[in-house]
Design a protein around this ligand. Structure first.
Ligand SMILES: Nc1nc2c(c(=O)[nH]1)N[C@H]1C(S)=C(S)[C@@H](COP(=O)(O)OP(=O)(O)OC[C@H]3O[C@@H](n4cnc5c(=O)[nH]c(N)nc54)[C@H](O)[C@@H]3O)O[C@H]1N2
Ligand SMILES: Nc1nc2c(c(=O)[nH]1)N[C@H]1C(S)=C(S)[C@@H](COP(=O)(O)OP(=O)(O)OC[C@H]3O[C@@H](n4cnc5c(=O)[nH]c(N)nc54)[C@H](O)[C@@H]3O)O[C@H]1N2
Ligand code: SF4
Ligand SMILES: [Mo]
Length: 702
């Protein structure tokens, strides 16, 4: 039987897989060992992804909310698209274009993300577009730009990891979030390299490390500054590298020297001897890497925190050289490409800036519009959600489920309910889609072609393996149908439904841009199993697997140090809320769970939310394993069973955020934003725990 080579629908590893038709209209997942990133290995989510293709769990027809019953009722595509176009146009007519918002997702293919940004700017004329990637790696993206003049999550392929001397993995748990990538760290250690993991929990990843540092959540900035202080004090800086390849060292050195290791020990809770050990492990071999993920990034000082880790790399000459450097492990399937092509509030395709006149002129010429007609930058994701029902009165949502995944979720849910009009395109009836006026059922990964850019900056091709059910259409069809209704045949022509046609336009729109895709074609991706951007037309066919080896992407080619100082989290424990809550993931569920909670095998492995706490804390509160426990923050109260383990700090509790309802972690989280990236503080807020009598209900969230 004929198989189709494609990629997993979920995380940024974008594991290669083969799909074989099963004869009953679905597909089976088979190993695709030739794809270099995962070499055939898949986690349970990837293996079971076809379960979501079943019409038993997915949407198969459009739904429109009936005036008569108030319920979502089946409708034709004509009715549904007419209703969406009317809803958006009515709000625009009454309140102006900026009263219409668009919210996208890092799971959308490059073609969809590109079209969605274009749709907002030229079909709706609104500045009010942002996406869930703001909640993901935006702090690392901002710090990357600041230091290197370019943001590609990893400046090298994963295959370089086993060849370096030491990796510091900060707030990243690949054992649960990217299991096939764990082998790169295993190989590192087999080759004699060392692994340091920084995480308030001794995760399955930390258990494999040579050294585990367990700081208090929200103190990574102090930790990185303390390490840099020790590097300077012990004379382990690379002065030749600093002189030749960087600027700004004097101020950064002074800022680090103001952070005494003894003070850092008190702030972070990491003993001084462990800090010294980390410096020794990191500085002894000739090469090293620092990789961050959501732990240090999802903080109200995430950008400065990542800058502090980059400063450590620059001061020790671990950047811009083979097998050395700083990288961010991006999360969503197209978390990299999704942030490059214009669904971000301040951005045009190719990572061009919406405020740059030359960028506006170039993109406007590709789009066939007047540059002056393009709106300026809009609000960031949380600020946009917070403005719903007031300034922003209608919303088109594609590829996110903020009722579960946004910070201060009860408030966000109330803002969504206050909208005049909500349209949601999704593959399933997510918790957010349940609140919509119109739900548009769209095709899924195995049913459509399109490109994604994985965490290495490798542009990949997902290929259609299956005919979608008759009642669903692609996101590109949705935008085409809405454009025709909003602007007639001329606007309709601007939104082609063929992914390859959109990609060819994206190539032109990104030509000469930082994220230059102009030399990439579907054929080139097929021939090479991926092409690394930047890939200018006429350049090397494989693109640029390794960045910065000759120069950084700044004007003078030098990397920039950023002097940063530690500051507290937006909320610290006090008498009323004495503990720290942090949040994250488990291996068997993905994000808001909209897709994976519909897969039996995954639910069996991870059936619901829980509160992880230390035995000492449990004993003090009288909490028992598996019994319900209430967690209360200034935003609300949730209830979930206790999971008692000595792998977590006694002053910290952890909840995964994959579930709605009374165990929704985001009912508690703090939307305090990073001033640069506008990232909310998902990774730390103050809470208290309360015992719950079995059978009693959670109080409603505030
Ligand atoms: N199974 C699964 N895999 C996924 C996803 C999923 O939902 N489920 N989502 C994908 C996406 S979009 C993303 S962004 C990635 C995320 O991938 P990761 O960043 O690996 O995932 P998290 O669990 O959010 O956070 C990682 C670790 O940060 C730690 N942490 C918490 N607070 C702090 C802190 O203050 N400092 C430090 N240093 N560490 C802290 C947590 O204990 C946790 O172990 O995963 C991707 N892969
Ligand atoms: N407390 C806490 N909250 C967090 C985090 C945390 O660590 N802690 N992490 C944050 C991070 S890193 C992220 S990335 C966000 C993610 O949170 P969300 O943005 O909610 O991500 P998903 O659950 O992946 O939602 C994607 C939705 O789009 C649908 N979908 C999938 N593919 C397509 C498609 O091609 N087209 C359309 N139209 N729909 C599609 C899915 O069915 C699903 O309903 O959560 C953030 N929230
Ligand atoms: S690690 Fe990520 S890309 Fe690979 S199979 Fe699992 S979810 Fe899919
Ligand atoms: Mo993410």
């Amino acid at each position: 039987m004929h198989t189709t080579a494609t990629h997993c629908p979920y995380c940024a590893l974008q594991c290669g897989m083969n799909l074989r038709p099963t004869g009953d209209g679905s597909v089976a997942v088979e190993e695709r060992t030739a794809f270099p990133v995962n070499r055939g290995a898949l986690c349970g989510k990837g293996r079971t992804a076809p379960a979501v293709l079943s019409s038993r769990v997915r949407l198969t027809e459009p739904l429109v909310r009936s005036h008569a019953t108030g319920r979502l009722e089946p409708a034709t595509w004509e009715e549904a698209l007419d209703t969406v176009a009317e809803g958006l146009a009515r709000t625009r007519g009454a309140h102006g274009p900026d009263a219409v918002g668009v919210f996208g997702g890092g799971g959308l293919t490059n073609e969809k993300a590109y079209s969605l940004g274009k749709f907002a700017r030229i079909a709706l004329g609104t500045s009010q577009i942002d996406y869930n990637g703001r909640f993901c790696m935006s702090s690392a993206a901002a710090a990357h730009q600041r230091a290197f003049g370019l943001d590609r999550g990893l400046p090298f392929p994963l295959e370089d990891i086993p060849k370096t001397g030491c990796v510091i993995l900060v707030g990243s748990n690949p054992a649960e979030t990217m299991p096939p990538a764990l082998r790169y760290f295993t190989e590192l250690r087999e080759n004699g390299g060392t692994l340091i993991v920084v995480d308030p929990r001794r995760t399955r990843t930390a258990a494999q490390a040579d050294l585990h540092l367990a700081p208090r959540p929200g103190t990574d900035l102090a930790l990185a500054l303390g390490l840099l202080h020790l590097v300077v004090a012990e004379g382990r800086t690379d002065d030749a590298f600093i002189a030749e390849r960087t600027t700004g060292w004097a101020e950064t050195r002074a800022a680090a020297m103001a952070h005494w290791p003894e003070h850092v020990e008190r702030v972070t809770g990491v003993p001084l001897p462990r800090l010294r050990e980390a410096v020794d492990l990191f500085c002894t071999p000739a090469t090293g890497m620092v990789l961050t993920a959501r732990g240090p990034e999802q903080q109200s000082k995430g950008t400065d925190t990542v800058s502090a880790w980059i400063n450590l790399c620059l001061a020790t000459g671990r950047a811009g050289r083979p097998y050395s450097g700083y990288g961010c492990l991006t999360g969503q399937g197209n978390g990299q490409g999704g942030r490059e092509h214009g669904q971000k509030a301040d951005q045009l395709p190719g990572y061009r800036k919406l405020t740059d006149p030359a960028a506006r002129a170039h993109v406007a010429s590709v789009w066939g519009v007047d540059p002056d007609s393009l709106p300026g930058p809009g609000r960031s994701a949380y600020e946009l959600l917070d403005a719903l029902g007031t300034d922003v009165r209608a919303l088109l949502l594609m590829g996110s489920n903020p009722v579960v995944s946004a910070p201060r979720a009860a408030h966000v849910e109330s803002r969504i309910r206050a909208l005049d009009f909500l349209a949601v395109a999704d593959v399933v009836l997510s918790e957010t889609a349940q609140l919509a006026d119109v739900v548009l059922p769209v095709t899924q990964w195995a049913e459509e072609t399109g490109t994604t850019t994985n965490l290495e900056g490798r542009v990949l091709l997902r290929r259609r393996a299956l005919t979608p059910p008759p009642g669903v259409r692609s996101d590109l069809d949705v935008m085409n149908g809405l454009a025709s209704r909003l602007g007639g045949p001329v606007l309709e022509k601007s939104f082609p439904t063929s992914p390859e046609e959109v990609f060819e336009e994206l190539r032109r729109a990104t030509a000469g841009a930082p994220a230059d895709y102009s030399g990439i074609s579907y054929r080139a991706i097929e021939e090479q199993d991926g092409v690394f951007w930047p890939c200018p037309d006429g350049g090397p066919a494989a693109g640029t697997p390794r960045l910065f080896l000759d120069r950084f992407a700044t004007d003078d080619g030098r990397a920039r140090f950023t002097p940063v100082s530690h500051r507290d989290a937006a909320e610290l424990p006090d008498a009323e809320y004495p503990l720290l809550l942090t949040t994250g993931r488990v291996v068997a569920q993905y994000q808001s769970g909209a897709q994976t909670r519909r897969v039996g095998e995954l639910n069996a492995a991870a059936p619901g939310p829980f509160v992880e706490l230390h035995p000492r804390l449990a004993a003090r509160l009288g909490a028992a394993e598996g019994r319900p426990l209430a967690v209360v923050s200034r935003r609300g109260r949730v209830v979930a069973p206790a999971r008692i383990t000595d792998t977590i700090r006694p002053d910290t509790v952890f909840m995964p955020f994959h579930w709605p309802g009374e165990g929704r972690a985001n009912t508690l989280t703090n939307p305090a934003l990073d001033p640069v990236s506008r990232m909310p503080e998902f990774k730390t807020c103050a809470v208290r725990l309360e015992p719950v009598a079995e059978g009693s209900d959670a109080a409603p969230a505030r």
